[in-house]
Ligand binder design. Structure first.
Ligand SMILES: [Zn+2]
Length: 255
C-alpha cells in the first residue's frame, strides 16, 4: 500500500506534468481564436514539417473548388447565404470559390512582389466531372508536386459544426517541409490523415483553410467597405508565413 504522502506527491507530479508551460502553450495555441479568421482547428495532430525546401521553390496556388461547381464538392455557400437568405456574391459559383479566387490572386500579386516564385493556376472551366481530366486542380497540383514544386490550394471552411476552423491540411507524405511547418504554426495544424486522406492531399496538394465562412470573417468579406483590406490582410499573412518557412524576411505592407 502506498503511503498517503507518496500518493500526494504522485498526484502533485501528475498535476505538474499536465500543466507545464509547454502543455499550457500548446493548449492555448490550439484554442486560439483569431479576431479575423476565427477559431483554429483543434484536432490531435502530431506531424512536424522538418524537411528542407529549396528557397526558390515554385509555389503553385489554386482556388479550392474552381473546377467543381454545380456538383458534389462545390464548396460552402457560407452562413449568410445558406441560413440568412443573402444573395451569393456571384450567382455562377458558391461564395467559397468567390473568396478563394480573390485570395489566390492577391496572394500571387504580393508573393511575386516580395520575392516568392509563385503562380496561380485557374482551370477556368468551372465544372470538370472527371477528377483526372488534365485541366483539374488535382491533375495540375499533382504534376506540379512531381516536378518538385509546392502546390497549395486555398479554401474557406464550412460554417457551424461542419467546419473545423483555420489550418493547414498537409499532404499525405512523411516528407513535410518548413513551409508546411510555418503555415501550420501560423494557421493551425490538421492531422496528417484528415478524413482518411482527402483527394488533394493524396496528390501532394496542401490545403489551407483560411477560416470558417461565418461571423466576423464573412461579414468583413461581404462588407464592401472592408472587403479589400480583409483579402489583403489574409494574403499578407499567407505570404509572410511562406517567407518565414523559406527563412526569408517577412514584409510589412500598408493596408
Ligand atoms: Zn473548400
Amino acid at each position: 500500500m502506498i503511503s498517503l504522502s507518496k500518493r500526494l506527491s504522485f498526484t502533485l507530479i501528475g498535476i505538474l506534468l499536465t500543466f507545464t508551460p509547454i502543455n499550457f502553450a500548446k493548449q492555448l495555441s490550439n484554442l486560439k481564436v483569431d479576431s479575423l479568421i476565427g477559431s483554429r482547428v483543434n484536432l490531435p495532430s502530431f506531424w512536424i514539417g522538418k524537411g528542407q525546401i529549396n528557397h526558390d521553390v515554385h509555389i503553385l496556388v489554386m482556388a479550392g473548388h474552381a473546377d467543381s461547381q454545380g456538383m458534389n464538392g462545390a464548396g460552402t455557400s457560407g452562413y449568410v447565404v445558406d441560413l440568412k437568405g443573402a444573395a451569393p456574391m456571384d450567382s455562377s459559383m458558391r461564395d467559397e470559390l468567390y473568396w478563394n479566387l480573390l485570395v489566390c490572386k492577391e496572394l500571387v500579386l504580393l508573393g511575386r512582389r516580395y520575392g516568392l516564385n509563385i503562380s496561380f493556376y485557374d482551370p477556368e472551366i468551372r465544372t470538370l466531372v472527371d477528377a483526372n481530366d488534365p485541366r483539374t486542380n488535382w491533375s495540375n497540383g499533382y504534376r506540379h508536386a512531381l516536378n518538385g514544386g509546392y502546390p497549395l490550394e486555398i479554401h474557406f471552411d464550412a460554417y457551424g459544426p461542419d467546419g473545423y476552423g483555420s489550418g493547414l491540411i498537409p499532404a499525405v507524405t512523411d516528407d513535410l517541409n518548413s513551409i508546411d511547418e510555418s503555415l501550420a504554426s501560423d494557421f493551425g495544424r490538421y492531422p496528417l490523415l484528415f478524413r482518411g486522406g482527402l483527394g488533394a492531399p493524396r496528390r501532394q496538394i496542401r490545403i489551407l483553410e483560411i477560416g470558417k465562412l461565418e461571423g466576423e470573417l464573412e461579414d468583413r468579406l461581404r462588407d464592401a467597405s472592408t472587403r479589400d483590406k480583409t483579402i489583403r490582410t489574409i494574403a499578407i499573412r499567407i505570404t509572410n508565413s511562406i517567407l518565414k518557412g523559406l527563412n526569408k524576411d517577412t514584409i510589412t505592407v500598408k493596408l
